[in-house]
Design a protein around this ligand. Structure first.
Ligand SMILES: [Zn+2]
Length: 408
């Protein structure tokens, strides 16, 4: 069956003419690839300079994993699909809740629409937190590397995944978790030749190692080998990222942290202000739940304007915007954002209260993301694009548009 095209969330996508693999490399600041190319260890990626397409795209701010993965697979920003963090304050429920339940998703995915129209679709994600969202209402294969050992035909469209991938299930905090995604992806392409595959890795290495550092180059050399295999199997391969990554430290490697809840609690009655860090998730060991984006709920319009002035004056703060302005600029859903949005500068992260952040798990100087300083990401393909619209601001959530409407 080939319906010619599918329309999803107001955008039309041509039917895949050959297998398509979209890869979201978690935390892939463009400089990681640039530095890896300089070492000569990523020959496949290096060759795409001549034989492929290399664009720089903007991700969604907050530059976090879930809002961006969901933007990529829906083709629209969080204002439409609803997922604007890992975590938000549910005013109706009066509680801080995780946003990784598909009930918070307000738009269908391109993956589900293609599957409904008859395409064979496969999704492999490193961490299980994304699996339910990415696979929402999708017929096909969908599993995480983290829970690969538990995948079954009934629940995930496939079983026996570790044997297929040829790797044991790795630790959730490891580079191997991402390698598992690639290894499984290559085997799926060999054996089942899906029309569309979405692979999403984890930023474990990017949180630990700066571009050009040994562990980072090792990661990209590993990735390069698998991308070359996917290319050799005839797939169109598009590589993008959910967000970039930067050091968040001073010159001695000590974290620059604005503990925003502590600051507000010194000015306003305790309990009347609430700092929400949408980076918070069950996997905080490598970043201590510290990122460059926060939203704050306050008790009255007077406090909102007073707090905005005070926060904007703090060292390390990039911008402070009221909800409506922030949601217009960053394309966020107003009902899931606080009264103020705060973005910190490149070298600074925002915390709640000092005692709520456990930094004991940090075994390397803090690297994180969330801000505008992590918005630029690569958008690379192994095909030369036709004439692209001049001056277009590419987004990472244009990956399927680029792949299906401009490359084939
Ligand atoms: Zn990420």
């Amino acid at each position: 069956m080939n319906p010619g095209s599918v329309t999803v969330n107001g955008r039309s996508y041509r039917w895949p003419q050959r297998p398509l693999v979209v890869v979201c490399v978690d935390g892939c600041e463009p400089e990681y690839i640039n530095q890896a190319i300089a070492t000569g260890r990523v020959p496949f990626l290096a060759a795409l300079r001549e034989s492929g397409t290399c664009l720089t795209a903007d991700c969604v701010v907050p530059s976090f994993t879930n809002p961006n993965n969901l933007s990529i697979v829906t083709g629209v920003p969080p204002a439409v699909h609803g997922i604007c963090g890992n975590y938000f304050w549910d005013r109706d429920a009066g509680a801080e809740v995780m946003m990784n339940d598909p009930k918070y998703l307000r738009a269908g995915t391109i993956l589900a629409a293609l599957a409904d129209a008859g395409a064979k679709v496969a999704v492999v994600t490193a961490k299980d937190k994304l699996r339910a969202l990415l696979g929402h209402k999708m017929t096909g294969i969908c599993f995480s590397a983290e829970k690969a050992g538990e995948a079954t035909v009934a629940a995930n469209g496939i079983g026996g995944v570790p044997a297929m991938a040829g790797m044991p299930v790795p630790s959730v905090y490891s580079a191997e978790l991402s390698e598992f995604v690639f290894a499984a992806g290559v085997k799926l392409m060999e054996r089942l030749s899906p029309d569309v595959m979405y692979l999403s890795t984890t930023d474990y290495i990017q949180h630990k190692a700066a571009p050009g550092v040994g562990a980072a180059n090792d990661f990209y050399a590993m990735m390069d080998r698998y991308l070359r295999e996917l290319d050799a199997l005839g797939a169109i391969v598009v590589v993008t990222a959910d967000h970039g990554m930067n050091a968040k430290t001073d010159a001695f490697g000590r974290p620059n942290i604005v503990f925003l809840q502590d600051i507000l609690d010194r000015v306003y009655p305790v309990g009347t202000t609430r700092v929400i860090l949408p980076i918070t998730d069950p996997y905080v060991v490598h970043h201590g739940a510290l990122g460059s984006f926060a939203t704050v709920y306050l008790s009255s319009p007077v406090v909102v304007s007073d707090a905005a002035t005070r926060i904007a004056a703090l060292p390390g703060i990039d911008i402070v915007l009221p909800r409506s302005e922030a949601c217009a600029r960053f394309e966020l859903p107003e009902d899931r954002v606080g009264d103020l949005v705060i973005v910190s500068e490149r070298l600074t992260v925002i915390g709640t209260s000092r005692h709520r952040h456990d930094l004991s798990g940090l075994d390397a100087p803090l690297r994180s993301h969330g801000g505008i300083s992590e918005q630029r990401v690569p958008l690379i393909a192994n095909r030369i694009a036709g004439a692209l619209p001049p001056g277009r601001r590419w987004r990472n959530f244009d990956s399927f548009d680029l792949a299906l409407n401009h490359l084939q």
